[in-house]
Ligand binder design. Sequence first.
Ligand code: ZN
Length: 216
Amino acid sequence: MKIVTVTSRLFAANAYVVVCERSGVAAVVDTGEDGSGIPEAIERLGARLDKILITHGHLDHVGGLAPLKRRYPEATIHAPAGDVPLIERAAAQGAAFGVPVEPPPPIEVLVRDGDRVAVGETIEFEVLATPGHSPGGVVYYEPRAGVAFVGDTIFQGSVGRVDLPGGDGRTLLRSIEQRILQLPDDTRLLSGHGPPTTVGFERRNNPFLQPGVRLD
Ligand SMILES: [Zn+2]
């Protein structure tokens, strides 16, 4: 699996282009606030975009859905059922930040905990429900590659904010402990913002994941 990171200008949100190297089929995980830079990355890779996978419904992850879908109408949009109401309010979320956001097109495939999402011939994501940062947020985990796209649940040395609508600190810590920290220590975690990290590094060093810490 080849992975290219595209970081958005305004919110420094990471979108990831993942490519099955055997077939040249690609998926994008999250879109930044406007999708800019993603088509260029896909073209450079010579890949064919098949799916757009959304971790959660905040505008800096879904604002690029409309322009990407326009450019790649054959790519299907996958997003967590529990965050569809947030996604449908993306334009209003943008307005709250003074950022123009195009209303996203309809979500075509709702993903739920335990679902599998294939990309080409060599990539198969498992969907892990990880609510807390948002009501319906999910992680896309690829066990053979040892990579998890974790959205804004966990960052190198930090965790997602829980003060946005539908956020909840206890729920977020439970999601991280029960779903993300259960993955093998060398699993690479690719976050919605900031640099990559690993499960083992965060278990040992993340101050929010030490015994007795509460987040509420
Ligand atoms: Zn977020």
